[in-house]
Design a protein around this ligand. Structure first.
Ligand SMILES: Nc1ncnc2c1ncn2[C@@H]1O[C@H](COP(=O)(O)OP(=O)(O)OP(=O)(O)O)[C@@H](O)[C@H]1O
Length: 239
């Protein structure tokens, strides 16, 4: 089943056209890396999939619902099945890490054990700290722990590993791949780290000049003779 189906997607900011007719599909259980240079439109694309950004033309189906014509009530139901992690924010200034996890556990009616999440994400030393006092990397980790609380069908991550040290990066990826294997959930993420794409993603969407310049499996790209996804990127995308 296609969990996402995008056809001829167009998005402009004022008279600047960022997405110029992008096609994309994601099947259940895929991990897809969205890449492209700074300003290519990756975050814009993700925000449209998250149903938080309007677009100008084309069709976008998420979990088989057309997000343009869907009722508000069904949109709310749809959003419950999607978890998103944006760049770390200052949303949760006045709450401690433990309080945040409890709050979202009850919001999502999650059966996941908070203590297990605390352990898995190495959050114990930060349990009593206020979110806004954490370093950028730890804010990112807490945001990710919250996203996993909902056991989403679709997980959308905007540069999830930016700012994480190598251990935390590994830990995060093992969490993503375990979640994917255990629940069959689909993961779509943006990253500038081509090694991560090569190691962990099933497919790559390269947004270039506003379109899906390349949309293929990592194996297909490497089979073309590129030594790595990084080499592929450097050859394919001009500065
Ligand atoms: N709200 C907005 N209003 C006007 N222009 C915007 C807005 N959001 C994004 N843009 C512009 O749209 C283009 C695409 O931005 P977007 O953030 O989607 O790119 P990106 O590929 O995620 O970039 P990066 O890799 O740097 O994060 C950029 O030129 C950006 O300046």
């Amino acid at each position: 089943m296609h969990i996402i189906e995008v056809q001829n997607l167009k998005k402009s900011y004022g008279d600047k056209e960022v997405l110029k007719g992008l096609d994309f599909q994601a099947a259940t259980g895929e991990i897809i890396g969205v890449i492209g240079k700074n300003g290519a439109g990756k975050s814009t694309f993700l925000e449209i999939l998250m149903t938080i950004k309007q677009f100008n033309a084309g069709s976008v189906l998420v979990l088989e619902e057309n997000i343009r014509t869907i009722s508000m009530q069904r949109l709310e139901e749809l959003r419950k099945q999607i978890a998103v992690v944006l760049q770390p924010t200052q949303f949760y200034r006045t709450l401690k890490v433990e309080e945040l996890l409890k709050l979202f556990k009850s919001y999502y009616r999650s059966s996941i054990d908070i203590e297990k999440i605390m352990g898995d994400f190495k959050l114990e030393p930060h349990r009593k700290k206020y979110f806004d006092k954490l370093s950028g990397g730890w804010k990112q980790i807490v945001s990710l722990a919250i996203a996993f609380l909902s056991e989403p069908k679709l997980l959308i991550l905007d540069e999830p590993t930016t700012g994480l040290d190598p251990h935390m990066r590994n830990m995060l990826w093992s969490y993503i791949t375990q979640y994917n294997e255990r629940t069959g959930g689909t993961v779509i993420l943006t990253t500038h780290n081509m090694d991560e794409v090569e190691l962990y993603c099933d497919k790559v969407l390269l947004i270039n000049n506003g379109t899906n310049d390349v949309f293929a499996t990592t194996d297909e790209i490497l089979a073309l003779g590129h030594r790595s996804i990084n080499d592929f990127y450097l050859q394919k995308v001009s500065i």
